[in-house]
Design a protein around this ligand. Structure first.
Ligand code: 13P
Ligand code: SF4
Length: 300
């Protein structure tokens, strides 16, 4: 069986479209109709003509696609592909934090559950956080769940007070400044591109800090031809494809959940129409509002 041919055939038969994040396997990025960062993927679902979306990434992203386009069937090929940072949030503790800081507004990183989105004033992604928060009037912000992104954003708004949840992406947070410095010694001419989910000590070594699509844009437009990439290795596929004459050096960041979905899963998902994302009731309406507010406040 030619699996790519079969996926294409099923896609046409079922009026489906494949979305993928830059951290997924190269074979997945290659068959996807649209590949992007989490902001782009949270928006595009709405504008697609197809009635079915096969989402390749982690579960919270597929849930966002469903929230933003409730009339579409959203299929998620591998139920095990969940984000560790999302799973570790204790909702009772979030409620306690909100009670403690009654004058604060809850803003959540999209890497969170639908339940947390539903409680939030708005969501942000790493690429939209600055624009969104610059349009939020409240002085005090309770930011959940990524303390690294929260710390980075708070440094851009010295007049605001940030209460940060003590969560992080275990893959990005694992990287130390020593590891980046070692790479710099090996490749002294390379620029350092860092995702804001990294620790402050790592961000301090960056020539550029941004989301996955921000990193790709920066490397593509920059005159330099060597880059140390401090985010998940999945991004190397797009970086190298778009910039065949440039060199990219990776660090050991490899999100296993993002690599779970393979071609076989996508084929099976289209054939059996499994697993369908369903989100119902008030929680769905409120979480959609938070996502739509992000799009409105980001003004793009
Ligand atoms: P972005 O694509 O928004 O940079 O997000 C990275 C990420 O960790 C997604 O889980
Ligand atoms: Fe979650 Fe980190 Fe994986 Fe992104 S890279 S999905 S934040 S565990």
């Amino acid at each position: 069986m030619n699996i790519k041919y079969e996926i294409n055939r099923l896609k046409n038969e079922k009026d489906a479209c494949i979305l993928a994040h830059y951290y997924t396997l190269p074979e997945i990025q290659e068959i996807a109709d649209y590949v992007g960062d989490s902001y782009y993927l949270s928006k595009i679902a709405k504008d697609l003509e197809q009635s079915t979306i096969v989402f390749c990434g982690v579960k919270f992203m597929a849930e966002s696609a469903k929230l933003i386009s409730p009339q579409k069937k959203v299929l998620f090929p591998n139920q095990e592909a969940t984000c560790d940072m999302v799973n570790r949030v204790d909702m009772d503790k979030v409620k306690e934090l909100m009670n403690e800081h009654k004058n604060g507004v809850l803003i959540s990183y999209v890497n969170c559950s639908t339940e947390l989105k539903a409680m939030s004033y708005t969501c942000v992604t790493s690429s939209s956080a600055q624009e969104v928060i610059s349009n939020v009037k409240n002085k005090k912000i309770i930011f959940v769940p990524d303390k690294n992104l929260g710390g980075y954003i708070s440094s851009k708004f010295p007049s605001k007070e940030f209460v940060l949840w003590d969560g992080c992406c275990c893959y990005h947070d694992n990287i130390t400044s020593e590891q980046v410095t070692q790479k710099k010694l090996l490749y002294p001419n390379a620029k350092v591109l860092v995702h804001p989910e990294c620790r402050e000590e790592v961000r301090n070594l960056a020539d550029y800090i941004g989301s996955t699509s921000g990193i790709i844009d920066y490397a593509t437009k920059d005159a330099k031809d060597e880059f140390i990439v401090v985010t998940d290795v999945g991004i190397l596929h797009e970086l190298e494809k778009t910039n065949p004459d440039k060199k990219f050096y990776e660090l050991p960041i490899n999100c296993s959940s993002m690599k779970l979905i393979n071609l076989q899963d996508v084929y099976k998902c289209l054939q059996d129409e499994e697993y369908e994302i369903t989100i119902e009731g008030e929680i769905s309406l409120k979480a959609t509002e938070a996502l739509e507010k992000m799009h409105k406040l980001a003004r793009r």
